[in-house]
Write a protein that binds this ligand. Structure first.
Ligand SMILES: [Zn+2]
Length: 356
């Protein structure tokens, strides 16, 4: 019997395996339509919009997260060369690769940055991550994500900083569907309440309510890369030459745990290839052809047994225990208490908050 063919978008490489995907009569997916809508918003009649968006950053204080990944590394270089010098924050959850640490150290030293490192409680990070693994859900990297977001808003709030500069760029990374990645503090609390073993203490955690409060206190998020002709491949070469920057090999691979999540857990346990979202955005942005993307996707992400054992060892569990969770049933965020019902109800408001 011939295997059922999987329907794929005629413009990008998003297919039926991506949760929430829809296709129009021409076979073009909803991600493509969303991309073109956002591009239209970025391209106003006059070309001074970027200048106007950047303007307050020359006068006001700003803050930015620096992971050592290509996007934030290139952005901080660009900002400093354009006389914008934000307070730079690195959040250490205990899983950063040495390459990422070196990248951060080199940038901080060569650009003479005002740098702050916030070290999370590693035991709590691990306990949250293990709770998610036990829960058998896909988005097991929530701990770092809710913490980083909260730390940036919190530090901005404490220091009366009104601008958070973000290195995210939908043109080159796309937007992961909620069914693959749902970043939510309420979700974290719910999963941890059921499976956690130690108290969360004062672990930083963004929630929809906190984000709304920060927003109403006047804190705005600016994403400069979205307005630039940003090419992460050229940026990598440039950073390597200029800063001795090292390439860690894939989106979010600068962190041992996020690499495990994308290249092993999501791909093998859930059949979710997150590269489809990233490559699709890059096809639409002219950074990759559809044929190149299809070729790349035919090769599974590399994740060695040694890397897996490092993760299991650091989580403090046995291989047998890990395999029990890995082979267990798959679950979704919908089975836990989350802010999703509220987000859905106020979707127009939250969309505005996210874009600010
Ligand atoms: Zn598409």
């Amino acid at each position: 019997m011939r295997p059922k063919s999987i329907r794929r978008c005629t413009k990008c490489v998003i297919d039926e395996t991506v949760p929430g995907v829809t296709f129009d009569d021409a076979g073009v997916c909803n991600h493509c339509h969303e991309y073109f809508k956002l591009i239209m918003q970025l391209k106003p009649e006059d070309d001074t919009k970027f200048d106007r968006i950047l303007e307050p950053l020359y006068i006001e204080k700003s803050i930015m997260g620096l992971s050592g990944g290509v996007d934030s590394s290139y952005l901080i270089h660009w900002l400093v060369k354009n006389n914008i010098k934000p307070l730079v924050v690195t959040v250490d959850g205990g899983w950063d690769t040495d390459m990422a640490k070196n990248n951060v150290a080199n940038l901080v030293s060569k650009l003479n940055l005002n740098h702050m490192e916030i070290k999370l409680d590693y035991d709590v990070v691990n306990d949250i991550q293990l709770s998610f693994i036990k829960a058998g859900v896909i988005d097991i990297d929530n701990a770092d994500d809710v913490a980083i977001k909260e730390v940036l808003y919190r530090e901005a709030n404490i220091r009366n900083i009104k601008y958070i500069i973000s290195g995210s760029d939908f043109k080159t990374e796309g937007k992961q569907p909620r069914g693959w990645s749902f970043i939510d503090g309420t979700y974290v609390r719910s999963v941890h309440k059921k499976y956690g073993t130690i108290p969360l203490g004062d672990f930083p955690m963004i929630t929809i309510w906190k984000q709304a409060l920060y927003h109403f206190s006047g804190i705005k998020v600016i994403k400069p890369l979205e307005y630039m002709a940003y090419n992460p491949y050229l940026a990598k070469d440039f950073l390597a030459k200029e800063y001795g920057w090292q390439d860690y090999g894939g989106k979010h691979y600068e962190n041992h745990y996020t690499k495990f999540v994308a290249a092993y857990w999501c791909y093998n346990k859930f059949g979710a290839d997150k590269r489809k979202i990233e490559y699709s955005a890059q096809i639409l942005s002219g950074l990759m052809t559809r044929e190149e993307a299809i070729e790349k996707l035919a090769v599974a992400p590399k994740f060695s047994r040694k890397e897996l054992l490092y993760i299991i060892d650091n989580l403090g569990i046995s291989i047998e225990e890990f395999e029990k969770y890995y082979n267990g049933d798959n679950h979704t965020f919908a089975e836990f208490t989350t802010s999703y019902p509220i987000r859905k109800m106020f979707s127009s408001i939250t969309k505005r908050l996210k874009r600010l």
